[in-house]
Design a protein around this ligand. Structure first.
Ligand SMILES: *Cc1c(COP(=O)(O)O)cnc(C)c1O
Length: 429
């Protein structure tokens, strides 16, 4: 490693460790946890040291309410450069007319869409949470369901894919101001053209929440919603592999409205260190290496879904086109909650998830959701997915949640071997 010519006052771990052994200890033990298990949570990934360096920088100090060139504070010359780079790279990555990179998270990007296009009490049509949607798409515990009239569509019983006939019928019955596509547990591609045509027919705004799959779009591995949607919101920390944050792209005609909705309607000062990290991430996503990564993410997810299916852990919709699959555990008579606990005790991190028409309560659930973004970042390929499916099967059908169960110990030993061959955040040689 070559030393920086000027001292860089960010990411100084030794100084932190000397001052605060408790928190520095947590940072180390979390890194150890990441390195020692298999991370299969579909909404997680491992961002690069470059992204983490920008996050740990002095840009965190700067107040910069407003937008580049039109700030409410002095001293913004340097952070303006960072935000302009983030905006330009985001627009070019997604071939978008306008980008706003200030949202603090996926949920706050979504708030901005409500703020821009809906008044309290007006109607939005989105996928319901138990069918694969997201909390911010109109559930009663969220601002979206408390302050707006939300109508939810689901999936067809047979195919377990979006029920497009129901979407159309509900749109024509309720005449929503906004129609929303996207969610947190949708393994298949979405027919954006269908939604665009329907929105045009009833004069609605078409919004895509691409939080989960935008990384696959960035890597050109699946079709983009950007040409079809009025606005596309997304997180930057899922498949995309950037900092924990959000952003949106939209048609030029909605730019002023959405910018005002992000700031000052919903947020205060932007997090300039995170915006710089988003700029780094967008640059990474434009490389051939990232495109190859995105394709491998899908190949791995498909292999994992197929191999689990061969062990009676049925993938809903019959498989996946993306980075995640949803599995019905009723065939092996295990609940989602049991599976999550048993896998965890064996060194495999995944989450329980409701499946369409789930007979169980959400906190028990009949399914699990598994995703390939993190293990693909670690360099694993399809042979490892076959092995991981076997490990998941053994952990959830042959153990009881006790880390000392002999089968849990065996599985953990294989996990240790696997992550030893494909380390997360490898130590410099
Ligand atoms: C993850 C997710 C969000 C929320 O993102 P946060 O950064 O956690 O606020 C919103 N919508 C969808 C579809 C998501 O999957």
């Amino acid at each position: 490693m070559t030393a920086s010519p000027t001292p860089f006052y960010g990411s100084d771990f030794d100084a932190l460790a000397a001052f605060d052994p408790e928190i520095s200890g947590v940072l180390l033990s979390e890194l150890d946890r990441l390195r020692s298990g298999l991370q299969l949570i579909a909404s997680e990934n491992m961002s690069s040291p470059a992204v983490l360096t920008a996050l740990g920088s002095t840009l965190s100090n700067k107040y910069a309410e407003g937008y580049p060139g039109r700030r409410y504070y002095g001293g913004c010359s340097e952070v303006d450069k960072a935000e302009n780079l983030a905006i330009e790279r985001c627009k070019s990555l997604f071939d978008a007319e306008h980008a706003n990179v200030q949202a603090h998270s996926g949920a706050s990007a979504n708030q901005a869409v409500y703020g821009a296009f809906l008044k309290p009490g007006e109607t939005i049509l989105g996928m319901s949470l138990p069918m694969g949607g997201h909390l911010t798409h109109g559930t009663k515990v969220s601002f979206s369901g408390k302050w707006f009239n939300s109508v939810g569509y689901g999936v067809e019983k047979e195919s377990e894919n979006i029920d497009y006939a129901e979407v159309e019928a509900l749109a024509k019955e309720h005449r929503p101001k906004v129609i929303l596509a996207g969610g947190s547990a949708i393994p298949r591609l979405i027919d954006f053209e269908f939604f665009r045509n329907l929105a045009d027919e009833i004069g609605a705004i078409f919004w895509v929440d691409a939080a989960h799959f935008i990384g696959l779009v960035a890597g050109k591995a699946i079709p983009s919603p950007v040409p079809y949607a009025d606005v596309v919101t997304f997180t930057t920390h899922k498949v995309l592999r950037g900092p924990r944050s959000g952003a949106l792209v939209c048609k030029a005609e909605h730019a002023a409205k959405l910018d005002k909705a992000v700031f000052p309607m919903m947020q205060g000062g932007p997090q300039m260190h995170t915006i710089a990290a988003k700029a780094v991430n967008f640059k990474e996503c434009a490389t051939p290496e990232y495109a190859a990564y995105a394709r491998q993410v899908i190949e791995n997810a498909q292999q994992l879904a197929t191999s689990l299916g061969e062990k009676e852990i049925r993938p809903t919709t019959g498989g996946t086109d993306t980075h995640l699959s949803l599995h019905d555990l009723q065939g092996v008579q295990v609940t989602g909650a049991q599976a999550e606990e048993r896998a965890d005790a064996a060194g495999i991190v995944l989450n329980k998830n409701a499946i369409p028409f789930d007979p169980q309560k959400p906190n028990v659930a009949s399914g699990i959701r598994v995703g390939s973004p993190s293990v693909t970042t670690q360099g694993m390929g399809t042979p490892e997915m076959v092995q991981i499916a076997d490990l998941i099967h053994r952990a959830i059908t042959q153990t009881d949640g006790d880390p000392d169960h002999p089968v849990a110990k065996d599985v953990r030993a294989e996990v240790t071997d696997l992550v030893g061959r494909f380390p997360a955040y490898p130590r410099p040689a």
